[in-house]
Design a protein around this ligand. Structure first.
Ligand SMILES: Nc1ncnc2c1ncn2[C@@H]1O[C@H](COP(=O)(O)OP(=O)(O)O)[C@@H](O)[C@H]1O
Ligand SMILES: [Mg+2]
Length: 371
């Protein structure tokens, strides 16, 4: 096998929140550690963001989706170019792309599997605009091998953490369970910020609940919370993943029909829902003792969410954030995809079947040459 060397890689990612394209210049080392040199959040132009939300709701035409693939590719390239202007070209770019649809179910028609996922952000556009090789489209191969194509970040978590539950709270929430003597596994615990963001927009004309301020001013409506906790997703056994296809605008509007009157109470209750579903997922699906939970993603900045989570976890559990480990809450996923790209480059399998359900370890990612 080729001798591994450190590589400078720009990781590119936009999650289900669609809040920004995150771009991080990383140095990835042969021991799989990753150092973030610099990271930026690049906002999508309004028309791109608008069309992405239309796509999430299944309300765009194939023509618009086709155009959106190239437009998102250009946005990802523009985000990378900001870093390239300051730091020069990396060895290559590793791009997650923007998920527009994720269908992790074992449905079949005529014995043809319909399990699938779609990340857009055309890699040819990124390669052309930046002059860099691009590694992208990590999820598809895991699905081709029978997995759910997610969560992929577990692979990085296993390299970076020991004996901890690594909890991401992005648009969706997912956990990686890392424990000596057990295989690492992970799954989506449920909604993260999607419903909070939606209601902040609807009731307060704000993009999100900064620091959990609005939630802190409301009261949890216990009866509504109990009702929301009955959703069948929370009872499914892992491996399991979810997304905006499930926690859709339609879903949110339907639960709002029985919501409390005060919008602040709605935000407080949805914040409690995310925290409670995380704690319940641990109770239901983790069979050994754990002492540390490490939170990352935008939800780590929501003080009310963190307070609720702390209160729902067993007393002895220590709640930390990625920043306690020197890893940015904001750029952790970008760093993870830089690592997945590094592994692809060196032909190292980079999925964890215990997390995705794939039948074997395979090398995820497709290569678009620089020229
Ligand atoms: N300071 C903050 N206070 C509260 N919530 C925040 C803060 N910063 C980010 N968030 C939440 O985190 C979300 C983005 O998280 P992120 O980890 O980028 O998710 P994704 O991977 O889905 O894009 C935002 O939409 C917002 O709801
Ligand atoms: Mg984001």
């Amino acid at each position: 096998m080729e001798e591994k060397e450190p590589k400078k890689i720009i990781g590119l990612m936009s999650g289900t929140s669609c809040d920004s394209v995150d771009a991080g210049l990383c140095e990835v080392f042969p021991d799989f550690s990753v150092k973030l040199i610099n990271g930026i959040n690049y906002n999508y132009p309004e028309f791109v963001r608008k069309n992405l939300f239309k796509a999430f709701d299944g309300e765009i035409s194939i023509k618009e989706l086709c155009q959106l693939n190239f437009a998102v590719g250009k946005c990802f390239a523009d985000a990378a170019k900001i870093l390239i202007e300051e730091f020069g070209k990396p060895d290559f770019i590793s791009s997650h792309g923007q998920t527009v649809f994720h269908y992790p179910y074992d449905a079949k028609i005529d014995n043809i599997n319909l399990k699938s996922t779609l990340q857009i952000g055309e890699s040819s556009v990124i390669a052309k605009e930046t002059g860099c090789m691009v590694i992208s489209n990590f999820r598809e191969k895991d699905i081709a091998y029978g997995g759910q194509g997610a969560p992929l970040v577990c692979f990085a978590d296993e390299k970076w953490f020991k004996n901890a539950l690594v909890q991401n709270i992005g648009g969706i929430s997912n956990v990686t369970v890392i424990s000596d003597g057990y295989p690492t596994y992970g799954f989506d615990t449920g909604c993260g910020n999607i419903m909070i963001d939606y209601c902040m927009r609807k009731y307060f004309s704000k993009e999100f609940d900064k620091d959990g301020q609005t939630a802190s001013e409301g009261n949890i409506c216990e009866s509504w919370l109990d009702c929301l906790l009955q959703d069948e997703y929370y009872y499914l056994n892992p491996p399991k993943t979810t997304g905006r296809e499930y926690f859709s605008q339609k879903y949110i509007e339907s639960i709002l029909k029985i919501a409390p009157d005060n919008p602040k109470d709605i935000i407080a209750t949805l914040t409690a829902l995310t925290a409670k579903t995380i704690a319940q997922a641990y109770e239901r699906f983790i069979n050994h003792r754990y002492d540390t939970v490490v939170v990352g993603g935008g939800g780590a900045y929501n003080k009310t969410m963190m307070k609720f989570l702390k209160s729902y976890l067993p007393k002895h559990v220590v709640l930390k954030t990625h920043e306690d480990y020197g890893i940015s809450n904001n750029f952790k996923e970008v760093m993870a995809f830089a690592l997945l790209g590094y592994c692809n480059y060196y032909n190292i399998p980079n999925n964890l079947p215990s997390c995705t359900g794939a039948e074997k370890r395979v090398i995820l990612g497709k290569v678009t040459p620089a020229a």
